[in-house]
Design a protein around this ligand. Sequence first.
Ligand code: HMG
Ligand code: MG
Length: 295
Amino acid sequence: GLPARVRIHEVGARDGLQNEKSTVPTEVKAEFVRRLADAGLTTIEATSFVHPKWVPQLADAEQLFPQIADLPVDLPVLVPNERGLDRALALGARRVAVFASATESFAKANLNRTVDEALAMFDPVVARAKAEGVHVRGYLSMCFGDPWEGAVPIPQVTKVCRALLDMGCDELSLGDTIGVATPGHVRALLTELGVPVEKVGVHFHDTYGQALANTYAALQHGVTTVDASAGGLGGCPYARSATGNLATEDLVWMLQGLGIDTGVDLGRLVATSAWMAEHLGRPSPSRTVRALSHQ
Ligand code: HMG
Ligand code: MG
């Protein structure tokens, strides 16, 4: 059966904007997050406390976070290391995410570390966050395929998931960073993972048009946390072939049709993405946004 309710983990302001060619002004980002909250999203990933040279688009994290901190929603932020955690905690962040890789190639490209070195870098981050009562998400990228290494063997994924949970992560997000997964692969991974399904979120990119089908496969498996990006914004600067995330609107349209509650007002969300698309100067790739906003 399918779940009665799904928690959408909105990543548009982070995964969506981190790869934009033009720099989005901090005020526009703050307005974006406020409008997402107003549309009923309750978990809105806000930004990343990473090295500003690695992701210049999110270099304004210190300016942005205080502008949205009063919103009555969860505002998780990415932190790669203790320096990032210090910056996030100094601003009062209560939810952080570390981001590991199932493959050596992406660990190197994204974090300048081997997989094990990256895990060693996260270990004190998670320990300190937990000691402060801060919720920790553990992302795992390249769970299905990798642009340099091809298909990723499931045991390789399982091993890093186990390490993230052992170090104390409260939840995992399984990333199909380059969007190559198909529903059969999703089912196989979730079946072999051996992790309580309440701790597992899914993070699909729509490169091959499979994100919704993959999500449906995950829901059938009992997953209730789904990452999505308003308007289908996104990509990863350190994975060439990564295009946009699953669009939140496409997800909400499907879930509404299935009678699954999300608490999201689709009209307000579409209006927000249409507004952002106008700001970015190109139409949203989301089919639902286009259908409902006459773009
Ligand atoms: P590094 O060059 O190895 O850094 O980068 P380092 O540890 O050697 O430090 C070098 C300098 O950077 C030092 O300064 C540090 O203080 C400074 P110095 O002493 O030389 O003056 N530094 C920092 N400054 C500010 N904030 C920090 C920070 N850390 C170090 N947090 C590092 C290593 C991890 C920092 C770098 O690789 C990095 O920032 N990477 C981030 C990449 C990123 O954000 N990628 C996108 C997110 S992942 C993603 O999109 C996938 C996901 O969506 C899921 C999916 O789809 O798969 C999550
Ligand atoms: Mg992503």
